[in-house]
Design a protein around this ligand. Structure first.
Ligand SMILES: *Cc1c(COP(=O)(O)O)cnc(C)c1O
Length: 454
């Protein structure tokens, strides 16, 4: 095999034809979402005001495999398969016997894995007659992916962008606008939810929870409009399983099936997407791959939150979801990995974690940025600060293998590139980055306000 083929494990014939739904393979079904008014399980009817019928069908599906429509597959081929790359430069710098591989989702046109679900959601909305989508975005990755996808299918796109990121990442806004999206800093004066927050705190930096409230309100108050979510829900995790399915084929091609798979978690979609196909193999008794979720110490929902019913948004407009949560009014410090600042965690991923099938760790941002720099210097790619959480833990695993003197196959998900995060890298390079201790008191105060369900 040539050195190139050893480094870039990439075969264009190997794009999976179906997404994988893990629910039928789990030892116990996930707890249902609840309607907060009745405390009864929320059914498809509760979701009908915000999602189109085909997305709702996927949200509640019990099918193990859902075929990817040809129209979506054609668009996927613009950037898929994403390469699985052996991090030979990083291995050398660490002097480790471990083999490190990363799945490079940053090659999509919008720069992250979020395009995988954006294209699917725009397609199904178009199919069901939606003309306009409203959404929220944190760092702007989701807003850009959805703006791109809406442009492809001729849908209007309204993006409520968390205010701190709107100012930190001005070029993401340009990108969304270039693809025809309308971008509004949140909290805004365009919705009741936004106005209520501004009345309390005119200086509010915003949060994903607030932006979700605004986008949901926008969708239900405008004809032809639906709401689109970039993470957290079952259908988003489903669409992202293309990452793990592809990675399994590539790992087999490289004869390097991973001993450990590592990914960062914000709402949990990219990690669910890479981990669930590997978990299927574990559950079938074929493999014993460790699956490690990495979150910021400033927003540690899996490692410091509670597995409780909570709202998905700040204004308490969504159904109640049983998930690892820090409380819907938890306001995470303004860390630079904007995509990881969500108070909750995907209910499906939370359930799988509660079943003991995953590991989770939290890491501070100064170490994350140092890992990102080492990666940029050894593999040439500038990673998204979110993805760098996984890089740090992959490095730690490689160093552990070195200490133990064993070779291991380590795989991590490079969820996006960081070329629009250079402002954050500037702060890091000038020594201005700070860590936030576990904000125990803020978490306790927020958790105390959770609805009493169980
Ligand atoms: C949004 C985002 C994340 C976090 O979202 P998940 O749903 O947890 O995947 C991670 N990395 C990048 C680059 C992102 O844009």
């Amino acid at each position: 095999m040539s050195e190139y083929k050893k480094k870039f494990i990439l075969d264009e014939e190997r794009i999976p034809k179906a997404w994988y739904n893990i629910i039928p393979d789990l030892p116990a079904p996930p707890p249902p979402p609840l309607n907060p008014a009745t405390m009864q399980p929320a059914g498809p009817d509760d979701l009908a005001p915000i999602f189109p019928p085909s997305i709702i069908a996927q949200e509640v599906s019990g099918e193990r495999y859902i075929e990817i429509p040809e129209e979506i597959h054609q668009i996927y081929r613009i950037w898929r398969p994403t390469p699985l790359i052996r991090a030979t430069g990083l291995e050398k710098a660490l002097d480790t016997p471990a083999k490190i591989f990363f799945k490079h989702e940053g090659v999509s046109p919008a720069g992250s894995h979020k395009s995988n679900t954006a294209v699917a959601q725009a397609y199904y909305n178009k199919l069901d007659g939606t003309t306009r989508l409203a959404t929220e975005t944190g760092a702007g990755q989701w807003g850009s992916a959805l703006s791109m996808a809406c442009q492809m299918f001729g849908l209007e796109c309204m993006v409520y962008m968390v205010k701190v990121s709107y100012h930190q990442k001005p070029y993401r806004r340009s990108m969304m606008q270039l693809w025809g999206g309308t971008v509004i800093p949140s909290p805004s004066d365009q919705t009741n939810a936004g106005r209520a927050v501004l009345a309390e705190d005119p200086e509010s930096l915003g949060s994903l929870g607030i932006a979700i409230s605004e986008a949901v309100e926008d969708a239900v108050t405008h004809p032809g409009s639906k709401y689109a979510l970039g993470s957290v829900t079952n259908h988003v995790l489903l669409h992202q399983t293309i990452i793990g399915e592809e990675a399994i084929l590539q790992a087999q091609d490289a004869d390097a099936y991973p001993d450990v798979v590592i990914g960062c978690v914000g709402g949990g979609s990219s990690f669910g997407g890479i981990a669930f196909p590997f978990l299927r193999e574990n559950l079938a008794g074929k493999t014993n791959t460790r699956l490690v979720a990495v979150e910021p110490t400033a927003c540690p929902s899996l490692t410091k939150g509670q597995f409780r019913y909570d709202f998905g948004d700040e204004a308490q407009t969504t159904p109640l979801f049983k998930m690892y949560t820090l409380g819907h009014d938890y306001m995470p410090p303004g860390i630079h990995a904007g995509g990881l600042r969500y108070h909750g965690m995907a209910p499906l991923l939370s359930h799988v974690y509660d079943l003991g099938l995953l590991e989770a760790v939290s890491v501070p941002q100064t170490k994350v940025f140092a890992a990102a720099q080492l990666f940029a210097q050894t593999e040439a790619i500038v990673p998204a600060p979110e993805s760098a959480h996984a890089i740090l833990v992959a490095i730690n695993e490689a160093l552990k293998a070195k200490e133990e003197g064993v070779s291991r196959n380590i795989m991590f998900n490079l969820t996006g590139h960081g070329l629009l995060d250079l402002g954050s890298y500037d702060t890091f390079l000038s020594g201005g980055l700070e860590d936030y201790d576990h904000p125990e008191a803020a978490i306790a105060a927020s958790i105390a306000t959770l609805p009493k369900v169980d």
